[in-house]
Design a protein around this ligand. Structure first.
Ligand code: NAD
Length: 467
């Protein structure tokens, strides 16, 4: 296939939007159209308030939108006109039927593949950008081939995305590597080269790794499983630290300076969240079960169990420290997003902690710099520990002012590592709180000694600050 001139991306989400903005900005000769079923989401991509917050994204989109970057609900048109189509739809954990709670739900992938087969009138390279179980590309190829028109041919590639929310633009601009998996045939190689040529506009050739499709699909699940495992490992050690008097930051520093281990992803915390880690580890667990590898499945399952343990342990600590009851006590929650620099709340540990405390009838005052209040209510109302909407309204106050959240509160619980939390006037906050005033630093970001000097009772992860 000659050089790609028109790209379509099915799915205008956290991955599809930023990825296409970068392609459009780096490849002025390529026209990029991002399509989605959701009219509301597309309207936002075409407005001044983008549907997702990512540092640097607004400028990038403004620079290209209307020139060679388009957002549209005209899915069929986008598919028809494209030489290369990214499938970047959501692949959430299945919440029904076979594999419930573990398997990836591939219905959105299948429907995108069927739509391509239904409307394509020329040959396409179809690129699996979503995170999928190994062999999903085979299913996509089957769907495309079973429905293809005469003279229309497909090459299916795997090109998993490794960006992290909060640093998406930087990660896409300077990726550690780009992975492209494809069929090891002449046609397959041509398709791999066509996609590689797009990336070579800004990624050094040596950082573009090509391999067989199944290795590429498995590499994505493996990468997320390893990252999640590191967090669960240091969190497991944080519990040992609290029980012994060791300090998890010191232990992390000690092991992180070992070049075989390295310093990244050794920050103990209230637990990992986000739409990917849990989902992808569970996806791997389910894959192992299907491959009749139960011992391997159990091995990876413990990464999730440790994360659940950590969230539960932290929530219980809050209750225990507050004299074993939080009923009717006002507690300020600082941070609702699953990490800093994003408004995404999917699988956020903050949701778990809020629900746990609400179940104990605490009155929560929640503040997050980027999460909409509507989103918070929806997350807290979802069926789970606290599934009564009226109860949520009774127990939760949402505020746009952290000082207001903390006023007359018994405690502040830090759930997200937003930088601004480090800069507040904690003396002023202390003066407005009920005494004794507690801070539970679930992200280890505050100056604990300073807070203790002010008079706070401080609790954090992996370190005893007071006995
Ligand atoms: P998302 O939920 O933000 O976006 C997916 C979009 O796809 C939605 O807007 C949805 O309306 C749209 N969609 C679903 N089916 C469609 C269809 N048939 N036609 C048109 N549009 C359709 O999801 P995301 O966070 O961008 O993730 C996409 C994929 O990338 C997932 O597989 C995810 O695991 C993977 N991934 C995500 C991240 C991340 O940080 N979010 C990082 C790496 C990989």
């Amino acid at each position: 296939m000659a050089d790609v001139k028109r790209v379509c991306c099915i799915g205008a989400g956290y991955v599809g939007g930023p990825t296409c903005a970068i392609i459009a900005s780096k490849c002025p000769d390529i026209t990029v159209t991002v399509v989605d079923l959701s009219q509301a989401r597309i309207n936002e991509w075409n407005s001044d308030k983008l549907p997702i917050f990512e540092p640097g994204l607004d400028d990038l989109v403004k620079q290209c939108r209307g020139k060679n970057l388009f957002f549209s609900t005209e899915i069929e048109k986008g598919i028809k006109e494209a030489d290369l189509i990214f499938i970047s739809v959501n692949t959430p954990t299945k919440n029904y039927g076979i594999g419930k709670g573990r398997a990836a739900d591939l219905k959105y992938i299948e429907s995108a593949a069927r739509k391509i087969a239904e409307v394509a009138v020329s040959s396409k390279i179809v690129v699996e950008k979503s995170t999928v179980p190994v062999k999903a590309a085979e299913s996509i190829a089957h769907i495309l081939q079973a429905n293809h028109r005469r003279g229309v041919h497909y090459q299916v590639l795997s090109n998993p995305e490794f960006l992290a929310e909060g640093t998406a633009v930087k990660d896409l601009m300077y990726p550690d590597r780009v992975l492209i998996g494809g069929e090891l045939s002449e046609e397959g190689n041509r398709a791999i080269m066509a996609l590689s040529n797009i990336y070579q506009h800004w990624v050094p050739k040596d950082n573009i790794i090509t391999m067989n499709t199944w290795s590429s699909e498995l590499s994505k699940l493996t990468a997320n499983a390893f990252l999640a495992q590191r967090i669960s490992s240091i969190n497991a050690i944080s519990a040992v630290c609290e029980a012994t008097g060791a300090d998890v930051s010191e232990v992390a520093h000690a092991i992180g300076t070992d070049s075989r281990i390295g310093p990244k992803f050794l920050q103990a915390s209230v637990g990992f969240g986000g739409s990917c880690f849990q989902k992808d580890v569970l996806n791997l667990v389910y894959l192992c079960e299907c491959l009749n590898l139960p011992d391997v499945a159990v091995y990876w399952q413990t990464v999730i169990e440790m994360n659940e343990f950590q969230k539960r342990r932290f929530a219980r600590r809050v209750i225990e420290a507050l004299f074993n009851t939080v009923t009717n006590k006002r507690i300020a929650i600082f941070g609702f997003a699953f990490k800093k620099d994003t408004g995404d709340t999917r699988e956020s540990p903050s949701i778990y902690i809020c629900k746990y405390l609400m179940d104990e009838q605490a009155k929560l005052a929640i503040y997050d710099p980027k999460v909409d209040h509507e989103q918070m209510i929806s997350d807290l109302t979802h069926p789970s520990i606290s599934d009564n909407p009226t109860r949520v309204q009774e127990l939760v106050t949402l505020t746009k002012d952290p000082y207001e959240a903390a006023r007359s509160a018994h405690a502040i619980v830090i759930c997200t590592e937003w930088d601004e939390f480090k800069d507040y006037d904690y003396q002023k906050i202390y003066d407005s709180m009920l005494k004794p005033a507690f801070i539970f630093d679930g992200r280890m970001i505050l100056d604990h000694k300073q807070l203790q000097k002010i008079g706070y009772h401080v609790e954090t992860i992996g370190k005893r600050l007071s006995d």
